[in-house]
Write a protein that binds this ligand. Structure first.
Ligand SMILES: N[C@@H](CCC(=O)N[C@@H](CS)C(=O)NCC(=O)O)C(=O)O
Length: 225
């Protein structure tokens, strides 16, 4: 059986986890927290070379990087499809997924240590993050109207990217800028509310909440916060 290594509080871990749940593929979860290095679980580096989660253990070996894992899952279990069937549709779903990761997740991520550790961010970083997220929020409306799904008429990898990454952006914005950077994206708030009703999204949220005490204890032990 496939084994997914990582932890349920991680948005990146939840990307392949939600894909596996949506496709109904059986898998086992192996809890593995971050901070891997010479002093903490160095053996995990043989599975995921930078110690990042997620990592998927397959009968043929380990795969790190959520995008590569999604590619493997989609090719190995094409049905139910999480990509449209036209080349253009596939490209548009990948475009939106990549847009969300590069211009929202990776920008907001710069403040995650502050979000987790409680310290105040460097004002320069704060300004850069706010500028980047504000610009991306305006552009997002050009890639999706969020009328039904993120792209097209079916649930796709773009929905997975949106559902799992955009809440991080909202948390960072609300905490550090005192506002939701996504509040004015047309259709997005209703879309997010609809997506939260999906049974597997509920599972993801419940598992993330259940993981919080252990993840917090891990952070305290490893980094002291
Ligand atoms: N590009 C990677 C990013 C994964 C990632 O950054 N995961 C975080 C947890 S949410 C992590 O493992 N951080 C630990 C580290 O960077 O050392 C992917 O798509 O899988």
């Amino acid at each position: 059986m496939l084994k997914l290594h990582g932890f349920s509080s991680s948005n990146y871990y939840n990307v392949p986890k939600l894909a596996l749940l949506e496709k109904g593929i059986p898998f086992e979860e192996v809890v593995s927290y971050t901070g891997v290095g010479p002093k903490y679980r160095p053996e995990y580096l043989d599975k995921s070379p930078l110690g990042k989660v997620p990592c998927l253990e397959t009968p043929e070996g380990y795969i790190s990087e959520s995008r590569a894992i999604l590619e493997y899952i989609e090719r190995a279990w094409p049905e139910p499809a999480l990509l449209p069937d036209s080349p253009f549709g596939i490209a548009k779903v990948q475009e939106l997924s990549q847009f969300i990761e590069l211009y929202f997740e990776l920008v907001a991520r710069r403040l995650i240590p502050n979000l987790l550790g409680g310290g105040e961010p460097d004002p320069k970083v704060l300004r850069e993050v706010e500028t980047g997220l504000t610009k991306a929020a305006v552009a997002l409306g050009k890639l999706s109207d969020f009328e039904t799904f993120a792209w097209g008429d079916q649930f796709t990898l773009a929905d997975i990217a949106a559902i799992l990454n955009l809440p991080v952006v909202r948390n960072v914005g609300n905490r550090f800028f005192g506002r939701d950077p996504l509040a004015d994206v047309p259709g997005l708030t209703d879309y997010c509310a609809r997506m939260e009703e999906r049974p597997h999204v509920k599972t993801i949220r419940a598992d993330a909440a259940a993981d919080q005490p252990a993840f917090r204890a891990h952070l305290k032990e490893l980094y002291g916060f």
